[in-house]
Design a protein around this ligand. Structure first.
Ligand SMILES: [Fe+2]
Length: 389
């Protein structure tokens, strides 16, 4: 999806025989490509065959579970602070919401796990607190609070949390992450007027070369988890080039658009995915018409479920609802939602908002996991009315 990038030693011509620099045979070229050979791809040059498996076993998936419909239908406030903490970023994640297009999880990881490859689709991780080093076959990068980290399907990687751990919202897409088409030129460049540019994208800039034998790699498929034992370490790529690779985009580099009157969420859109969009709400001046209503008008998203992760700042529209940093609201289709009582008046004199939030809109209904129900605030659905009947 992002622009062409080249890292390490890459031959002048592709698909030709290339000797290893130490003359111990040839490099192994791997094409990692979307939609077969017909979309974005990268070419990676391995020291060893990436296909050399020694063993394979199905392993239990500690994140497995079902998602039940939200019946009776109510808006939800999920409190991530009450979710389990610890473990690694993959097996330790807690699934909250899901449908056939996306799984939404929370992780509060403090340890590095096995190497991992998600074969079901791209992952988008929003780092809320802490930091990590993301090691991949494309190289490593340091990521921290406020970073969106995009990991293409099939990327072998490992999260190594920094001391103090990392807290993050994880989206597992059943397909590929894209930038909104309207931000892109016909040939794929981010246009003037888009809320971020190629300069804001960070990606590995040097190879990550590790030695090792009999290295375990967890592979997620739609059937569950398999542990492959690879003969040599997958981080043996001396160079790669192409347009498909993991990258980070800080939410703080998202340039907000504001207007005289309230702008609808599409101006905050950051990513598109299969039957979903992701938007970033960032600190910005408020609407500047003298009579502007500075909090969102009531709205019925008749075609989507709306999930907002509240990352920081004040949330004027949700004041006195119990929502604060670390909260997730789920406002499903069928529920007309709007600002909490009194917010319009409270916001009237304010000149800017410091809110920081990530929104996921899904075009098909989301189910809730048992863990999500356990951390759901029972009082939230009735906060607009001042209490339950
Ligand atoms: Fe909304």
């Amino acid at each position: 999806m992002p622009y062409y990038r080249r890292v390490g030693d890459v031959p002048a011509k592709r698909h030709l025989r290339i000797r290893r620099p130490d003359h111990a045979g040839y490099l192994f070229e791997e094409l990692m490509g979307e939609e077969g050979f017909s979309s974005d791809s990268s070419l990676l040059y391995h020291r060893h065959s990436p296909s050399a498996l020694l063993a394979a076993e199905a392993i239990p998936d500690p994140t497995a579970g079902t998602f039940e419909a939200d019946v009776p239908l109510v808006p939800r406030h999920l409190r991530t602070a009450k979710l389990p903490a610890g473990g690694d970023t993959v097996l330790g994640r807690t699934r909250l919401l899901g449908n056939d297009d996306v799984l939404v999880s929370w992780t509060a990881a403090d340890t590095a796990g096995d190497l991992y490859r998600n074969a079901t689709g791209d992952e988008l991780v929003y780092l809320h607190q802490g930091g990590a080093r993301l090691e991949t076959s494309f190289g490593a990068m340091d990521v921290g609070a406020g970073d969106y980290v995009a990991i293409p399907a099939g990327t072998t990687h490992r999260w190594v949390p920094k001391s103090g751990g990392m807290r993050a919202l994880v989206l597992e897409l059943r397909g590929h992450l894209r930038f909104p088409a309207r931000y892109l030129s016909e040939t794929g460049q981010l246009k003037e007027g888009a809320p971020f540019s190629e300069r804001d994208l960070r990606a590995p800039h040097e190879p990550l070369l590790l030695e090792g034998e009999k290295v375990a790699v967890l592979v997620r498929t739609r059937s569950g988890l398999t542990r492959h034992l690879q003969r040599s370490h997958p981080f043996d790529v001396v160079g790669w080039d192409g347009c498909l690779y993991p990258f980070a985009l800080s939410i703080h580099d998202f340039e907000p658009l504001v207007g005289a009157i309230h702008q609808p969420p599409p101006v905050h859109q950051t990513f598109a995915g299969p039957n979903l969009v992701v938007c970033s709400f960032v600190p910005r001046p408020y609407d500047f018409h003298p009579d502007a209503i500075k909090v969102p008008y009531h709205h019925a998203n008749v075609d989507s479920d709306e999930v907002i992760f509240y990352a920081g700042g004040d949330f004027m529209s949700r004041a006195e609802s119990g929502i604060g940093p670390g909260s997730i609201s789920v406002h499903p289709a069928g529920f007309v939602h709007g600002p909490q009582p009194g917010s319009m008046e409270r916001a009237a004199g304010a000149e800017r908002t410091e809110e920081l939030a990530v929104m996921l809109d899904t075009f098909r209904p989301l189910g809730l996991s048992a863990a999500a129900r356990q951390v759901s605030d029972d009082d939230y659905p009735w906060t607009w009315a001042g209490g339950r009947a």
